[in-house]
Ligand binder design. Structure first.
Ligand SMILES: NC(=O)c1ccc[n+]([C@@H]2O[C@H](COP(=O)([O-])OP(=O)(O)OC[C@H]3O[C@@H](n4cnc5c(N)ncnc54)[C@H](OP(=O)(O)O)[C@@H]3O)[C@@H](O)[C@H]2O)c1
Length: 243
C-alpha cells in the first residue's frame, strides 16, 4: 500500500537513491534538502521538496506536516541523512569547527527525531532511520569530531527506541563504512589513499551508496515490527570483524 515517507537531507547521494526506490514502489516522498537542483529529477517524479536547512526548526516542522498531509494524516517513516565530515586531530580543530560537526550531524538528527515523533505519537507510530558511521564504533585516527557526533546518534537511537517502544515508533540506524559518495571523496582523492582505505576493510572494498539506501529502505518499509534500537553496520566488517 502506498505510504508517505520523509527524507531529511534529501540531496545526499545516498538519499537520492533511497527516494528513487520509494518512488519506484509508488510511495509519496517528501524531501527536506538545501540543494534543489539535485532534487529536480525526484520532484519531476512527484516528490515534494521543502527547501532549506535541516537545523531550521520551522522548516523541519513544515516538512513533517507536508509528509503527514501526503499520507492522509500519517507518516510511515522518516530517514535522516544529513551529514558532514572533518578528519583532523583535536589539537588542530577549533571549538567552532567541532561544534559545526556536532550541529550538522547530531543536533539535526535530534531535531528530526523530536519533530517527527510529536506527529507520529498522535498518528499511531512510524519508523525512523538515522545515519551513523563506522567511526562511532572504532577508534579511527583523527575522527574525534565525527566519532563524537555519530556516537551520539547511536546512543540517541537506542534511547528513543526505548522511550517510544510502547507508542508504535521504531527507531534504528545504519552505520556505513567508507561509501562511494561526494562525502568520501576527500578520503579517496588519490589511488594511494584509496588503497590505504580499502586495506583497513576486511571485505577489501568500499560500499556502493545503493547498499546503504536499500538497507534504509528495508528498515523504513519491510523490517519486522519487533526490530528497534539497532545499528546496522554496513562496513565490509570493519567495525566487528578481524582484518
Ligand atoms: N560516504 C561515506 O563514506 C559515509 C560514511 C559514513 C556515514 N556517512 C553518512 O551518510 C549520510 C549521507 O552522506 P552521503 O555519503 O550521501 O554524502 P553527501 O551526498 O555529502 O550527503 C550529505 C548531505 O548532508 C546535507 N547537509 C549537510 N548539512 C545540512 C544542513 N544543515 N541542512 C540540510 N542538509 C544538510 C548535504 O546537503 P547539500 O547537498 O546541500 O550539501 C548533503 O546532501 C551522512 O549522514 C554521512 O555522515 C557517509
Amino acid at each position: 500500500m502506498p505510504q508517505s515517507y520523509l527524507i531529511v537531507g534529501g540531496s545526499s547521494d545516498i538519499a537520492l537513491l533511497l527516494a528513487e526506490s520509494l518512488l519506484d514502489d509508488g510511495h509519496a516522498v517528501t524531501l527536506l534538502a538545501r540543494d534543489s537542483a539535485r532534487c529536480q529529477t525526484l520532484e519531476n517524479r512527484g516528490a515534494e521538496l521543502i527547501q532549506g536547512d535541516a537545523l531550521d526548526a520551522d522548516l523541519v516542522q513544515q516538512a513533517v506536516q507536508a509528509a503527514k498531509d501526503r499520507g492522509d494524516g500519517t507518516i510511515a517513516g522518516v530517514a535522516h541523512l544529513v551529514g558532514s565530515l572533518l578528519i583532523r586531530p583535536p589539537h588542530a580543530v577549533k571549538l567552532d569547527a567541532f561544534n559545526e560537526v556536532i550541529h550538522t550531524n547530531l543536533s539535526s538528527a535530534f531535531l528530526t527525531l523530536s519533530t517527527a515523533c510529536k506527529t507520529m505519537l498522535r498518528s499511531g507510530g512510524g519508523r525512523l532511520v538515522f545515519t551513523s558511521s563506522v567511526a562511532a564504533s572504532l577508534g579511527l585516527v583523527n575522527h574525534e569530531a565525527i566519532a563524537a557526533a555519530k556516537g551520539g546518534i547511536e546512543s540517541m537511537v537506542r534511547t528513543a527506541a526505548s522511550t517510544y517502544s510502547q507508542r508504535g515508533i521504531r527507531v534504528n540506524a545504519v552505520a556505513p563504512g567508507l561509501t562511494e559518495t561526494r562525502l568520501a571523496s576527500q578520503i579517496l582523492k588519490s589511488d594511494a589513499m584509496r588503497e590505504a582505505a580499502v586495506g583497513m576493510i576486511p571485505l577489501k572494498r568500499i560500499n556502493e551508496p545503493g547498499e546503504i539506501a536499500s538497507t534504509m529502505r528495508w528498515l523504513l518499509c519491510d523490517a519486522p515490527d519487533n526490530l528497534t534500537g539497532q545499528v546496522f553496520h554496513l562496513d565490509g566488517g570493519m567495525a566487528k570483524v578481524r582484518n
